[in-house]
Every structure is written in structure tokens, then in C-alpha cells.
Design a protein around this ligand. Structure first.
Ligand code: RIB
Length: 288
């Protein structure tokens, strides 16, 4: 079986992470956090996750002409994600995400999009052969045109939640939301599009619907939660890869849940994205 071809249109960030005992409340200062920086951005995370799970991946994105850019691209380069369609902006800095992570692994994320906000139609390939994965940390107009130019499966991760033209939702073949996003868009409304819709439920797993009816549900294996950052991105990539490989709904959803479960056991977004082998070991009950 040849590797699925996936183009990801999305954000590339450098994640500046403070890990402390708990998340601060508004106006509060919490001392004693440990600092780390990791490559991130929903687009880049999903691209790298798909690559590590065996897909041929091309990333369409925009970074700044600054030191953060190389740090943000380092793991995409190391795993040979095709960066031909990543542009260097001369006017905006590389996107940055300020992330607070608690001891329980929960996070709060504030994103300064920088160059991601400049990703435009002229950055897109004329035709996108194969599948597309996109999210909403880059301009919606660019995502909408990318979806129209794609001749394969279009997977939209509707994150972060925002008002979206109905045409774009209708063009997608697979919509992926978490519980907060499902409440924002309206679960029944999403199901009414008669597409595949995956609803993630955190530690409780995920449910997959097709044409409005539930076709699969899965629970991830129990894990020690270290950091949930990037787990949703892993799920998006893994579900897309499994469906492109021809897995049935149950198997594809279990694969995606196992990949997400593995991602929460390691700190950072991109450092935690699992290899194909590690996900298969989880599915064989060998490890998490
Ligand atoms: O989904 C996690 C990602 O959201 C982080 O890597 C951060 O960069 C933000 O885009």
C-alpha cells in the first residue's frame, strides 16, 4: 500500500511553555513554573503527526524572517515534511503560542499569529492532489480556496471555534471537533451536513458519525496525563491517515484514540507526536 498523500494548510508556531503546579486564574501570578520551548501550531502539529504515522506530507504555511522560524520548523525538517510551500514573510514575525500547563496536564493557550495571518491564496498550490487537512489558525479564505482546489478527502478541524461560511463546512468530507467546539457550532447542525463528523471527548475517547448516524465509538487506553497539548492534533492526523488507508470506522477511531493517548504522556506538542510503531504497540496492548 502506498503512503497517503496529505497537504496541510495551517499554522506554524513556536510554543513558549510554562509548566507549573496549576493554571493561573485571571489577574493571578503563579510562581515556580519550569520553562521550555517547542515547535507547535495546529497546522504544523497535524502535519508532523501525519508524517510520523506514515503519510507523505506537504505543509503550506508562513513563518517570519527571524530566529523563531528555524526553531518552529526544526522537527518538520527532521522528519522530512515537504516545506516547499512554506513562505518567509518579510513583514510579520513567526507565530508564537504562550502556553501554561498544570501538573494535571491541562493547558491554557494564547496565540500571537504573526506570519500565520498572512497566509494567502498566492501561497497555495494550484491543485492539491490527495487529501487536505486544515484548521482555523490561518485566514479562513485561504482554507476555503484550498478545500476547493483539493481532489481528495478534505478534513477540517474546526479549531479554534469561529464563525465559518457554510460552503466551507459543506465542502469538507470529515469535520473534527472537541466538546467545546461542538457546543459552539451546534452538534446537531454539524451532523445535519451529512458528512463524517468526529467528536472528541478528552479522556473519554471519541465518537464518529457518518451521514448523521453514529458509526463508531472508542475509548483510549488509560494513560498518565503529562501534557494534553497536541493530543487533539494527533487525533486529527491519525483519524485522517487511517481513513485514507482504508480502515473501517471502528478501527480508524481506535487508531486515532490510541495515538492521542500516547501524545498526552510526553511534554510539548511536537515532541509528543507518536511514531506509527508506538501507536501499533498500544493497539496490541503492549504499552502506552
Ligand atoms: O493544538 C495545540 C497548538 O495550538 C499548540 O502547539 C499551539 O501552537 C497552538 O497553535
Amino acid at each position: 500500500m502506498s503512503a497517503p498523500a496529505i497537504t496541510v494548510v495551517g499554522s506554524i508556531n513556536l510554543d513558549l511553555v510554562g509548566r507549573g503546579e496549576r493554571l493561573p486564574t485571571p489577574g493571578e501570578t503563579v510562581l515556580g513554573a519550569m520553562f521550555a520551548q517547542h515547535p507547535g501550531g495546529k497546522g504544523a502539529n497535524q502535519a508532523l503527526a501525519a508524517r510520523r504515522l506514515g503519510a507523505d506530507v506537504s505543509m503550506v504555511g508562513c513563518i517570519g524572517d527571524d530566529a523563531n522560524a528555524e526553531a518552529a520548523l526544526a522537527l518538520l525538517r527532521a522528519d522530512e515534511v515537504d516545506l516547499t510551500h512554506c513562505r518567509v514573510s518579510t513583514t510579520a514575525p513567526t507565530g508564537v503560542a504562550l502556553i501554561a500547563v498544570s501538573e494535571a496536564g491541562e493547558n491554557q493557550i494564547l496565540v500571537a499569529p504573526g506570519a500565520n495571518a498572512e497566509l494567502s491564496l498566492s501561497d497555495l498550490p494550484e491543485d492539491i492532489d490527495g487529501a487536505l487537512i486544515a484548521q482555523f489558525e490561518v485566514p479562513l479564505k485561504t482554507v476555503a480556496v484550498a478545500a476547493k482546489r483539493t481532489n481528495g478527502l478534505v478534513c477540517l478541524n474546526l479549531a479554534p471555534a469561529m464563525e465559518v461560511e457554510e460552503d466551507l463546512l459543506r465542502r469538507a468530507d470529515l469535520l473534527i471537533v472537541n466538546e467545546t467546539e461542538a457546543a459552539f457550532y451546534g452538534r446537531d447542525r454539524l451532523l445535519s451536513f451529512n458528512k463524517m463528523v468526529a467528536l472528541t471527548l478528552g479522556g473519554d475517547g471519541a465518537v464518529l458519525f457518518d451521514k448523521g448516524s453514529e458509526v463508531a465509538s472508542a475509548r483510549p487506553p488509560a494513560t498518565r496525563v503529562v501534557d494534553t497539548t497536541g493530543a487533539g492534533d494527533t487525533f486529527v492526523a491519525a483519524l485522517t491517515v487511517a481513513l485514507l488507508e482504508g480502515a473501517d470506522a471502528e478501527k480508524a477511531l481506535m487508531f486515532a484514540c490510541a495515538a492521542g493517548a500516547r501524545a498526552v504522556t510526553i511534554e510539548g506538542a511536537q515532541p509528543s507526536l507518536p511514531s506509527r510503531q508506538s501507536v501499533e504497540e498500544i493497539l496490541r496492548g503492549k504499552a502506552v
